[in-house]
Design a protein around this ligand. Sequence first.
Ligand code: NDP
Ligand code: PMR
Length: 386
Amino acid sequence: MALQAALLPSTLSSVPKKCSIAVAAKDTAFLSVSQKVQAASLSVRTRVATTAPVATPGSSTAAKDGKKTVRQGVVVITGASSGLGLAAAKALAETGKWHVVMACRDFLKAAKAAKGAGMADGSYTIMHLDLASLDSVRQFVDSFRRAGMPLDSLVCNAAIYRPTARTPTFTADGYEMSVGVNHLGHFLLARLLLDDMQKSDYPSRRLIILGSITGNTNTLAGNIPPKAGLGDLRGLAAGLRGQNGSAMIDGSESFDGAKAYKDSKICNMLTMQELHRRYHEETGITFASLYPGCIATTGLFREHIPLFRLLFPPFQKFVTKGFVSEAESGKRLAQVVSDPSLTKSGVYWSWNKDSASFENQLSQEASDPEKAKKLWEISEKLVGLA
Ligand code: NDP
Ligand code: PMR
């Protein structure tokens, strides 16, 4: 506990600083014993670099004419160490209107990624979050609260895709990995952080969960096998454990990594709508999902066969024309976080060929309120909220 307190992010500080890395106690596993002792003896916060002065994230700023302007917003983005998450983090940080909390499982990778992307020192904080462990999710929430920043927007972006896996792998809590990380980890995170978002005085608070075209069977892309489908959720209700039951949400006996990912995306889109139904009116928070386009170059396809990785980008660019660059997708996600015209709640956003946003139609299953309710109730049990 003492060690955790010793490593709070430097963004708490009012002194000049550059960027900061916050780690929870268990994330110091990479340190030697002597380093741990040294770290434990540090004062309240640790700083990575100290130069350029920045405003404390979330604090109000006074304009020269004395008028109060909208303060800098604080947005948490999960999986901001690569691909879409990194591009959106950069796009938001560059506006100067947002301080980005990069919630990442590998903070050194995240630090390098932020630097490599040219994100300005002081415009972001890196905090450890491993969505494959519900303990880590709770610890992240704890660390974030200790950092004393408000929470104005949350982007549930991180995901894994295991298309070539023939057997399931499991999270620390024993749930199939794709659904465990992409849905259950985010489900717990969103539920816990809702309290924090409700305390925010920011004019437009938004909770965003990434969806995808491949989870929607009302599209051509959604009809490429294996098709997404949750069935009656019997596998999820039985704990998604694989040993004594099924590792698939629909209860299928055989494991299919590609389907598990697409199923998890249905869960993401259903969760967004259930959040909207349960909390929008009461809290005023905007809940949204999106398909950012086919970002065929990201790390999402790292486990796919080399031939797929070679052909997928040109196929999407020249054949389907669904390709979008990481930078462009980052701008789209940034729009959903902060564009004044995208405040409508319960919407699944997409973009047309001219890169203009529009409200897209979800498939029947991805918009089924009964299924969303059932998913919510089972997920609550699995993450220990019910
Ligand atoms: P990337 O693989 O580039 O990014 C995924 C991020 O998730 C990485 O930062 C990764 O961390 C992180 N992550 C993975 N597992 C965990 C974990 N256990 N805990 C915390 N973070 C984790 O993929 P994309 O940028 O393409 O994907 C981002 C989102 O966009 C996903 O939700 C995906 O479903 C969605 N999407 C992507 C599309 C595409 O075409 N690429 C299309 C439609 C939707 P690390 O860097 O450490 O591996
Ligand atoms: Mg798909 C309109 C055409 C379209 C679009 C927009 C996508 C997006 N894809 C389209 C068509 C096709 N894809 C066709 C015709 C084929 C058969 C050749 C095809 C195949 C395909 C594969 C094998 N596509 C894929 C895969 C993957 O492994 C990707 C996947 O399903 O990841 C879950 C994928 C994708 N196609 C897309 C998008 C956005 C993806 C991946 C990302 C995601 O849904 O998150």
